[in-house]
Design a protein around this ligand. Structure first.
Ligand code: AMP
Length: 494
């Protein structure tokens, strides 16, 4: 059987291919027939280039339906998809192109000058352009090709995509994901989240990351579901489209922004079946506010570029705020180096990648001798087996020889009236090694004294965990996926 991920999707497309697969708020409609024909044209264009087996197709373009087609065409043609964050500039692209040595680069028309220079210097012979308005040389060239294409045969372990980790320390690493890694995860999630016949996915996530590209898109493709496709998250547009959708996936900041609109409430969510959150921790307050405002309990799940999804709160059982739920079927999750129930999260499963692109030492370092991947996250299980993420192990603070888990302190600070959110970091300290430091965002029109907040904390936790300093800021620095960038905070407050 052909293990090509696209073949799996195609086997699940609706029998009636004239039905709508993707629609945009601007009123563009793509049927499943359109998907097949247009991706065939691009696949034929790629094939006509005579690329070597395993060729990487690097893509840095704004989100659009055509970007989806390009991804699918790459799978169909049997090449390796390499999406790049649209925010990356020359120095970053230079690194990724130099490291991955793609045979094809697709970029935004306005970046063609500098991107093509980098690509040609790195030996890449084909640079195409694509914007989010259906313009660019990629589509012009593809238009001349046939709209029929027989999906290339792939074996389960063949490479389908390389996702570079956002890597806040050291060099970004390319996680190599096989067809089997992606298809196994998509199949598990289809069942686990009870995808249904008439589901409509509201897709507002970026396409260069595991969440939008794999979890959301694969869900709709594998279920033959319609997608309402937004080129970016826009709160007002989400509110307009939500009444026609049944499934929504977001990073926590999406939910915070929806809740910040006083109009948002149950009326928008009448047809909704499922709200899913991931990529960064969902604050318990957001989780609770969302229930109160909409009657819906957000389902939080946990995963990463290297592994796709690992754990999820249940569909039918209790969804616990502040946890990422239970290991998905077929995924093993264990904790090592435990102290007081908190340990390093290690995982094993058919969804877990095999290696980092051209980094054998890194790969060796991050896998255990019995094949588990060290996620770099730290967590604990409750007595019902729900996993809670305490933080990244590199964010762990060691102060005066004691381990301090930032999440514990952050949760306490967040409970204080007037506090919107917080980040706790370690900064170099001559006596303690690291000093616990809190960076706090207050709700608007609130004033709070550092001394009062410290008094409050001292009454609740051991002294070594109490921050030495508290800094008040307007907002926390976040990356495109809503993750707080603690590395920037550590630099700023060092
Ligand atoms: P990425 O590879 O960019 O998807 O980042 C993966 C990392 O995001 C994980 O290793 C976690 O640190 C974090 N992450 C993902 N989902 C969650 C979640 N639900 N709660 C807390 N952290 C999360």
């Amino acid at each position: 059987m052909n293990a090509n991920l696209y073949a799996l999707f195609a086997a699940h497309f609706p029998a009636d291919r004239s039905r709508i697969f993707l629609e945009t708020p601007e009123g563009l409609y793509y049927s499943w027939n359109d998907l097949e024909r247009a991706s065939a044209k691009i696949a034929n264009l790629l094939r006509s280039l005579d690329l070597p087996a395993g060729a990487r197709i690097a893509v840095q373009v704004e989100k659009s339906a055509e970007a989806v087609l390009l991804y699918l065409a790459t799978l169909r043609a049997g090449y390796v998809y390499l999406p790049l964050n649209t925010a990356y500039r020359a120095a970053e692209i230079d690194y990724f192109v130099g490291d991955a040595e793609p045979s094809v680069v697709v970029c935004a028309p306005e970046n063609f000058g500098w991107v093509s220079k980098i690509a040609f210097q790195a030996g890449c012979a084909h640079v195409f352009t694509l914007d989010d308005q259906r313009h660019g040389s990629l589509l012009e060239r593809a238009a001349h090709h046939s709209d029929q294409f027989v999906t290339v045969e792939k074996k389960p372990d063949d490479l389908a995509a390389i996702l570079y980790t956002s890597g806040t320390t050291g060099r970004s690493k390319g996680a190599m994901l096989s067809h089997q890694n992606l298809s196994s995860n998509a199949l598990v999630l289809k069942d686990y989240w009870h995808w249904q016949e008439n589901d409509v996915l509201l897709h507002a996530l970026p396409l260069f990351h595991v969440h939008g590209l794999f979890v959301a898109l694969h869900g709709a493709l594998l279920n033959g579901s319609r997608m309402i496709f937004l080129n970016k998250f826009d709160g007002a547009e989400v509110l307009r489209q939500l009444p026609r959708a049944t499934v929504f996936m977001g990073v926590p900041t999406f939910y915070v922004r929806l809740l910040s609109d006083a109009d948002f409430g149950a009326a928008h969510c009448k047809g909704m079946r499922l709200f899913i959150s991931g990529s960064a921790p969902l604050l318990t307050e957001t989780f609770k506010d969302f229930i109160q405002r909409t009657g819906h309990t957000i389902l939080e799940r946990y995963g990463m570029s290297e592994t796709a999804m690992l754990t999820s709160n249940p569909y039918h059982g209790q969804r616990k705020g502040g946890t990422v739920g239970l290991p998905l079927p077929g995924v093993k999750v264990r904790l090592t180096n435990q102290s007081e129930g908190v340990g390093d999260i290690e995982v094993l499963g058919p969804n877990v990648f095999r290696e980092y692109w051209r980094m054998p030492e890194k790969t060796a370092e991050e896998f255990t001798s019995d094949g588990f991947f060290r996620t770099g996250d730290v967590g604990s299980f409750d007595d019902e087996g729900y996993l809670a993420i305490v933080g990244r192990s590199k964010d762990l603070i060691i102060s005066g020889g004691f381990n301090v888990y930032p999440k514990e302190i952050e949760s306490l600070i967040d409970e204080v009236t007037g506090v919107m959110e917080s980040a706790v970091i370690g900064v170099p300290h001559p006596d303690f090694g690291e000093a616990v430091t809190a960076v706090v965002v207050l709700k608007s029109n609130v004033t709070l004294e550092e001394a009062a907040l410290l008094r409050d904390l001292k009454a609740k936790i051991a002294n070594f965990k109490v921050p030495k300093r508290i800094h008040f800021v307007k907002e926390l620095p976040r990356n495109a996926m809503g993750k707080v960038q603690k590395n920037l905070l550590r630099k700023e407050f060092a």
